[in-house]
Design a binder for this molecule. Structure first.
Ligand code: OGA
Ligand code: MN
Length: 378
């Protein structure tokens, strides 16, 4: 590493702007980061956590917490496409590598379909957004050959909502905007939640985020769910990202950590309402395409009652091409307490709530207008 590069890319060299909070400072630092020239030594890497323990600057932050593995049977773990329970680690549960493609394929091919809601619905008709996969697959399969083609619809997809559809304007979920939650994803979520001590977790809402290499997710707290005693599960696939986990207030400096393909983040208890953000999706190193865990499309033996199905080579080619420059993240939420109903809302309350911070849309570097509108504070 050259001296200049080291100076340019160190956290200490970043000047705080007047009135800027610690979270935003680090957000800016990682947003402009370039692997090789930026000091990523402060980013916790769960994939090398045992090796790094006690060595790196943030290594002391990584602790292994107990999982109640007896709550999940080996068979159910296998059905959900997860590793044997004994291999799960609490600081970064790694999905069974051979099955990550299932969830990627569902996010691109199935969950993006109606009646689920997506960002494209705002400017397009139901017919036009009916089958994003069908309309995009040929484009994606020949992506390398024709780099200067227009973007396919799948590449314009930024988010999809499932179950109780999150309303980005009111920052609320409501009883009258619900469609059935995908059963395979609900089952996966229940297994992971149970292993973390949350028996009876109900997957009621999902936000799927589709990141390009220049996308960021602004600093936010997920507080729109009505029962914060239930965890929020977050599954990541494709290219790695830097995830920032802050405090209850924005003035607390966040901890940076890598989120690799197959990592599952569980935000529960105290961490359920912490500020967080994704300032950077990292391009894969030169010469490497997909992370190794995504390389094998076809699994060995699937149990008879498996929820994951075999993926055709054709389908995988589309997913693999897409993922070379993308990251897909699924966040799964229980909205209501067990047996709770949505409260009846007095009409005037609706206007008042707009200042509460909830989830925010993905933000692309090349859309300044959108940035100004969606992230007035970042
Ligand atoms: C979210 C979220 C994090 C991620 O959707 O609320 O925080 O890693 N996602 O994409
Ligand atoms: Mn969030």
């Amino acid at each position: 590493m050259g001296k200049m590069a080291a100076v340019v890319g160190s956290v200490a060299s970043l000047v705080t702007e007047p009135g800027e909070d610690a979270f935003r400072k680090l957000f800016r630092f990682y947003r402009q980061s370039r692997p090789g020239t930026t000091d990523l030594g402060g980013v916790i890497d769960f994939s090398t956590a045992h090796a790094a323990r006690g060595t790196g600057p943030s290594a002391h932050k990584v602790v292994r917490s107990q999982l109640s593995v007896s709550s999940v049977s080996e068979h159910d773990a296998h059905r959900a496409g997860l590793q044997p329970v004994s291999k799960w680690r609490a600081y970064g549960l790694e999905g069974y590598p051979g099955y990550q493609w299932h969830w990627v394929k569902q996010c691109l091919k199935l969950y993006s379909q109606k009646p689920n809601v997506c960002n494209l619905d705002k400017h397009m008709t139901k017919e036009e957004t009916q089958d994003l996969w069908e309309q995009s697959k040929e484009f994606l399969r020949y992506k390398e050959v024709n780099k200067r083609r227009p973007r396919s619809l799948l590449e314009k997809l930024r988010w999809v909502t499932l179950g109780y559809h999150y309303n980005w304007d009111s920052k609320k979920y409501s009883a009258d905007h619900y469609t059935p939650f995908p059963s395979d994803l609900a089952f996966l979520s229940e297994q992971v939640a149970a292993a973390c001590g949350f028996q009876g977790f109900q997957a009621e809402a999902g936000i799927l985020n589709y990141y390009r290499l220049d996308s960021t997710l602004g600093i936010h707290v997920d507080r729109s769910e009505l029962d914060h005693s239930k965890p929020l599960l977050s599954f990541s696939f494709g290219q790695s990202a830097i995830f920032l986990l802050g405090g209850l207030k924005r003035d607390e400096a966040p901890t940076a950590m890598f989120m690799h393909s197959g990592d599952i983040m569980v935000m529960s208890g105290f961490s359920r309402l912490l500020n967080h953000a994704v300032p950077r999706v990292l391009p894969h190193p030169e010469g490497e395409g997909l992370p190794h865990c995504l390389e094998t499309p076809l699994p060995g033996v699937l149990p008879r009652d498996s929820l994951v199905e075999p993926c055709s080579v054709e389908d995988w080619q589309v997913c693999a091409s897409y993922l070379k420059t993308a990251r897909v993240n699924m966040t799964i939420r229980q909205v209501l307490a067990t047996d709770q109903d949505f409260p009846l809302e007095p009409v005037e309350e609706k206007k008042r709530d707009i200042t509460i911070e909830g989830s925010c849309h993905l933000d692309d570097q090349n859309s300044q207008v959108k940035r100004a509108r969606l992230h007035p504070n970042s």
